[in-house]
Design a protein around this ligand. Structure first.
Ligand code: AMP
Ligand code: ZN
Length: 457
């Protein structure tokens, strides 16, 4: 059963064949760590995690690299405005280095809670300044750059097929360009190296052959991907917004230096929407994973919610649907738990599952098959083993999770109520003693922003 994937570059679903089997190199554009990730960003990382698990399910030996953007991503993707990190630093009163550390840790924590497998290699833009400078030198030596008063730019007119990935209408863009192109020769040209503003000392800046400054946003991915995976590897992915700017620029840079389009397959996860509009940090309408947890949802409910839609469709968020996902996940956990010890696999189900996941990651169909398995007449031990095999891809922790108990007994609820009273009266010892009583009854109290909740333990 061959694996078929949609490649944005070729605009078609085609067979995936690794360049150097059984190895499969995979690069995913990581977060810009100036703020928390939102659940839309996390949808993209869940899609990439599913992709990696499907590759592994097919027996490939995946090498997964993810970058952390901690410099160079300006407020506008068109190389204008402030650096997001320096802006984040002003917002929080911490240094750009401190917020990079803080939000990178928070991001890793979110991945862990969503059962997203850690990349084999994490790479930070600020740890690879030399590689980026070398890459720009290579592009310059091949004649693709020019200098303006604020930086070194890539001359996109020098590449005949610039923008192929995004189907960009280059002539239209040029004709419609307004004066805010500044000194750029074309609106699609982009910064490779930006100079620190005259008379200003940035928190993050380095020496370079062109002057003190910092790398443009796109060069980090080309330079680090080429360093860890080589200049032509298997799959590069990111969110759909990268189809028109960031990824065409990564390709252009790599063509100019190495003569390759960097990756064989280019894959993109579609956006999470809220109220039918994009969920985004700049739109101010975003929800964090922690917000869902504070409201009492298990973080894997978010993963389960995302499994319900194909990665190449937009997904709309609403609370009713999230509640539906919570019920669904708990039901799946309950049945799996009750089947007891795993026995033999059912090969027919495994084959059908493989067919769905190998059909450009048709996870919704694979999930429907999991329900079909659950309802089948097979022995519990066979269902258990087969479901746990599915879970290698689904990543719902079905082997380890007990289902949530239906209702917390009244006696425990009364103890929790008394503890709230004690806390309100600042009777801390009494409150602690009551927590112990709740524990003894087999429940843990979780204090959330919605008030205390009991969890079976
Ligand atoms: P950023 O931290 O802004 O660089 O974005 C991290 C990743 O999340 C990128 O791959 C984006 O394409 C992706 N992304 C941004 N907004 C959304 C959204 N609303 N839904 C899904 N993915 C998104
Ligand atoms: Zn990137």
């Amino acid at each position: 059963m061959m694996l078929r994937l949609y490649d944005t570059y070729m605009r078609s679903v085609r067979e995936f064949e690794p360049l150097q089997p059984p190895a499969a190199g995979m690069y995913t554009c990581g977060p810009t760590v100036y703020d928390y990730a939102h659940i839309g960003n996390l949808r993209t990382y869940i899609f990439e995690d599913l992709l990696r698990r499907v590759l592994e399910f097919n027996g490939y030996n995946v090498k997964h690299v993810m970058n952390i953007t901690d410099v160079g991503h300006l407020v506008s993707d068109a190389d204008t405005g402030e650096d997001r990190m320096e802006k984040g630093s002003r917002r929080t009163g911490q240094s750009a280095w401190e917020i990079a550390e803080l939000y990178a840790q928070e991001f890793k924590n979110d991945l862990l809670r969503l059962n997203i497998q850690e990349p084999h290699i994490w790479c930070r833009a600020t740890d690879h300044i030399r590689e980026q400078i070398d890459f720009v030198k290579c592009i310059e030596a091949n004649g693709y750059t020019y200098r303006t008063s604020d930086g070194i730019y890539f001359d996109t007119s020098k590449l005949a097929d610039y923008g192929h990935l995004g189907c960009l209408d280059i002539e239209g863009l040029r004709a419609g360009a307004r004066v805010d192109v500044a000194e750029k020769r074309s609106p699609t040209d982009f910064a490779l190296w930006k100079f620190s503003p005259p008379g200003e000392k940035r928190q993050m800046e380095w020496d370079s052959p062109w002057g003190v400054g910092f790398p443009g946003w796109h060069i980090e991915c080309s330079a680090m991907a080429a360093k860890y995976l080589g200049p032509y590897f298997d799959i590069h992915c990111g969110g759909e917004d990268h189809i028109t700017v960031h990824h065409p620029n990564e390709i252009a840079q790599t063509q100019a230096c190495h003569g390759t389009r960097l990756a064989n397959f280019w894959m993109h996860g579609y956006f999470l929407q809220i109220d039918r509009g994009r969920m985004g940090k700049s739109e101010g309408n975003f929800l964090r994973l922690q917000t869902l947890i504070d409201k009492g949802y298990d973080p894997l409910v978010w993963r389960f919610f995302c499994l319900g839609a194909h990665y190449r469709t937009k997904l709309n968020f609403n609370w009713e649907a999230l509640d539906g996902a919570a019920t669904g996940l708990n039901r799946l956990r309950t049945v799996t738990y009750e089947w007891g010890a795993p026995g033999e696999l059912n090969q027919e189900y495994i084959d059908r599952f493989t067919e769905h996941i190998n059909d450009d990651l048709n996870i919704p169909r694979a999930l429907a098959l999991a329900w079909e398995l659950a309802k089948s007449e097979l022995p519990g031990s066979v269902k258990k083993a087969t479901m746990l095999a599915f879970d290698q891809v689904l990543g719902l922790d079905l082997a380890f999770r007990k289902p949530a108990t239906e209702a917390v007994p009244d006696t425990v609820m009364a103890l929790i109520e008394q503890r709230e009273q004690a806390r309100a009266n600042k009777a801390w010892q009494e409150a602690d003693a009551l927590r112990e009583q709740v524990r003894a009854a087999g429940y843990e109290i979780e204090d959330t922003s919605q008030g205390p909740r009991a969890r079976a333990c």
